[in-house]
Design a protein around this ligand. Structure first.
Ligand SMILES: [Zn+2]
Length: 132
């Protein structure tokens, strides 16, 4: 669940998902972060191929306006740990559902290696932490 439920919440990491970056991704949700491509300005940065999405999975590609999620005055981040990869909820294994407007970033979006510099900056801004 995204954000503070006031009661704490359990995070369960299933088999095959027990990688550090995936755990970090789920923790970022719990800390209040949505997927990067949910940003209101995302259509300037990525294309959503709606007719390639598995039926009934389209809700995963909704965007939310600024009154609901905040970008904390940070730029769109193709490197974010919270970004989907091109073949997310795709019905045809060779056709992507989300691609970068700058094609070079198609190899970057969806990275699950580590927090990006901007992920870290957002964490610091969200929780009023200063960088050391
Ligand atoms: Zn997620």
């Amino acid at each position: 669940m995204v954000g503070d439920l006031q009661t704490g919440q359990d995070l369960s990491i299933g088999a095959g998902c027990d990688y550090r970056a995936i755990v970090e991704h789920e923790i970022l949700h719990a800390l209040g972060f949505y997927h990067e491509q949910s940003r209101t300005d995302r259509d300037d940065y990525v294309t959503i191929w709606w007719d390639q999405i598995i039926p009934d999975k389209e809700h995963n590609f909704l965007k939310y306006n600024d009154s609901f999620i905040t970008d904390l005055n940070t730029p769109y981040d193709y490197e974010s740990l919270m970004h989907y990869e091109p073949f997310s909820f795709n019905k045809n294994e060779s056709i992507p559902t989300i691609t970068a407007k700058i094609p070079e970033f198609d190899d970057i979006i969806g990275q699950r290696l580590d927090l990006s510099a901007i992920d870290l900056e957002r964490l610091n801004r969200m929780y009023n932490c200063s960088k050391s």
